[in-house]
Write a protein that binds this ligand. Structure first.
Ligand code: C2E
Ligand code: MG
Ligand code: MG
Length: 343
């Protein structure tokens, strides 16, 4: 255990190391900026041998990298709990498919100018007997760090192909069902074969199914992502870029890839009309999307103010809790049937 005095001395030492490392250096006429991230583990609290201490300090350093660069971070017991939970959750997730714990909900997307139903987005849910309802953000992330994601992607595609086929049999040939493809799935060649097989199995030419991808896949391997998108497009899928504006949002993607639709990230709907710069950026993105003849959907519409803001910006498609939450398949089917009967 560190006494207060030792802790102060240790911090001074760590700061000293940062100071020494953190310098501009001129090498071969190039100025290099060196930064330094340190993880600190203490003997005997965090480990009793080199291996344990090394692992603990490595964990502490990894937690730093995402947040503050050029700094140091002490190992804490929480990191251990986090890791144990993660391992437990991944083990539970492994069983979830066979145990029927995964299911899909469907959130309607509306044309806000006349409030007619436009399409649906399929969103996965996991009800674990151990952890209860787990948010997809979390378990998709875990699944992507293992091979589990390909099973989940396959489950999502199979379920949605079947549902779209069902709507087709109802007599609906126009309502698009939008599905999220994981970043790993998009750059996985074996998953492409799975998609092709599923399309055959369900006797379905996937007209009416849109695939949402995020930038993460594009960043990890642009050429392969592009090749696969072209293949998916040839199969008949519609392609959407999800969460646009949340990451790097390189505008060059838009004309290099076969994209049909852009989904504007929820962060743009949060404070409409307050941050002038953000609104200007949004306006520029929308102008570009219109010029490229892309369909545009605003995500996360929760208030009338947000709805009117997007309508004023000439963006009429919207998705959000103001209109409907993600809902059970039966309700989505009913909406489709109601609309068929009205027309
Ligand atoms: P996403 O694809 O951007 O999906 C939209 C998310 O926004 C959904 O969260 C939806 O429930 C939520 N949302 C819709 N309207 C509103 C609103 O008005 N306000 C707020 N605050 N949120 C709204 P959800 O279902 O928790 O999914 C989160 C993310 O998890 C998704 O973001 C997507 O990236 C991922 N995900 C969900 N389902 C799947 C799936 O089947 N496969 C894959 N690979 N990822 C999925
Ligand atoms: Mg999505
Ligand atoms: Mg989104």
């Amino acid at each position: 255990d560190l006494s207060n005095r030792n802790q102060t001395q240790l911090n001074q030492l760590l700061n000293k190391i940062l100071e020494v490392v953190n310098h501009e250096r001129l090498i071969d006429n190039q100025t290099l900026f060196v930064t330094c991230s340190m993880g600190v583990a203490l003997y005997p609290k965090d480990g009793s041998n080199f291996n344990e201490l090394f692992k603990a300090s490595d964990t502490a350093m990894r937690h730093l990298k995402g947040t503050r660069k050029n700094s140091f971070n002490f190992y804490t017991e929480d990191y251990h709990i986090e890791r144990v939970n993660r391992v437990k959750m991944i083990n539970e997730l492994r069983k979830s498919i066979d145990n029927n714990e995964l299911y899909m909900l469907y959130q309607p997307i509306y044309d806000m100018s006349d409030m007619t139903l436009n399409s649906f987005e399929a969103l996965i849910r996991w009800k674990s007997p151990t952890f209860g309802q787990v948010a997809p953000n979390i378990f998709i992330d875990y699944a992507e760090s293992t091979n589990l994601i390909s099973y989940i992607d396959e489950f999502v595609f199979a379920t949605c192909l079947k549902l779209r086929r069902k709507w087709h049999d109802f007599g609906d040939h126009s309502t698009v069902l939008s599905i999220n493809l994981s970043s790993k799935g998009l750059v996985d060649s074996s998953f492409m074969h799975i998609v092709e097989r599923l399309c055959l199995e369900h006797y379905y030419i996937p007209k009416g199914i849109q695939i949402e991808i995020t930038e993460t896949a594009l960043i990890s391997n642009f050429d392969l992502a592009k090749e696969h998108l072209t293949r998916l497009k040839r199969l008949g899928f519609i392609i959407a870029l999800d969460d646009f504006g949340a990451g790097y949002s390189s505008l060059t993607y838009l004309h290099q890839l076969p994209i049909d639709c852009m989904k504007i990230d929820r962060s743009f709907s949060l404070n409409p009309g307050i941050n002038n710069n953000q609104d200007l950026i949004l306006q520029a993105i929308l102008d570009l999307a219109h010029k490229l003849k892309l369909k545009v959907v605003a995500e996360g519409i929760e208030t009338d103010k947000q709805k009117n803001f997007f309508l004023d910006m000439d963006c009429s498609l919207g998705q959000g809790f103001l209109f409907a939450k993600p809902e059970e398949e039966e309700l989505a089917n009913q909406r489709i049937i109601d609309r068929l009967e009205k027309n």
